[in-house]
Design a protein around this ligand. Structure first.
Ligand code: FES
Ligand code: FES
Length: 152
């Protein structure tokens, strides 16, 4: 079936089955590979993108559930890596292998859109993404930095 989707402010026409998860539409049909496949069962958060501003796990969203909503992926954060979260991630040297990090950035982006200066408890509640390299303490510091708070 033919769908029109809005990704990072650009319209794309895609031919996809109604049950094709957004993750694969983004990666295979739109060509945006920043969003990663980790577990495929909504457990790890590697595939996190924003749907109308809310963080969602794109491996679990079939096309028929999100047609018409605005999708934001890591590629859309900034054209030149100057989004406050990207600068904070670099300043705190957050990534190790990097595999989970686009999902982390999008979860953090959704959090700061909703709560511009989150408490540590709010950060911990929002950042349920898994990182097998153990970067979560640096993720927290980077979120605080991006929010204009002293990194803890
Ligand atoms: S790949 Fe979607 S949550 Fe793990
Ligand atoms: S940086 Fe390697 S899994 Fe998170």
């Amino acid at each position: 079936m033919r769908y029109e989707i809005d990704v990072n402010g650009q319209r794309h026409g895609v031919d996809a089955p109604a049950d094709m998860p957004l993750l694969w539409v983004l990666r295979d049909l739109v060509g945006l590979t920043g969003t990663k496949y980790g577990c495929g069962v909504a457990a790890c958060g590697a595939c996190t993108v924003l749907l109308d501003g809310q963080a969602v796990r794109s491996c679990q969203f079939p096309m028929e559930q999100y047609a018409g909503q605005k999708v934001a992926t890591v590629e859309g954060l900034s054209p030149d890596r100057t989004h406050p979260l990207q600068l904070a991630w670099i300043a705190e040297q957050v990534p190790q292998c990097g595999y989970c990090q686009s999902g982390m950035l999008m979860a953090a982006h959704a959090l700061l859109r909703e709560v511009p200066r989150p408490t540590d408890a709010q950060i911990d509640a929002a950042m349920t993404n898994l990182c097998r390299c153990g970067t979560l303490p640096r993720v927290r510091r980077a979120i605080r930095r991006a929010a204009g708070m002293a990194p803890a």
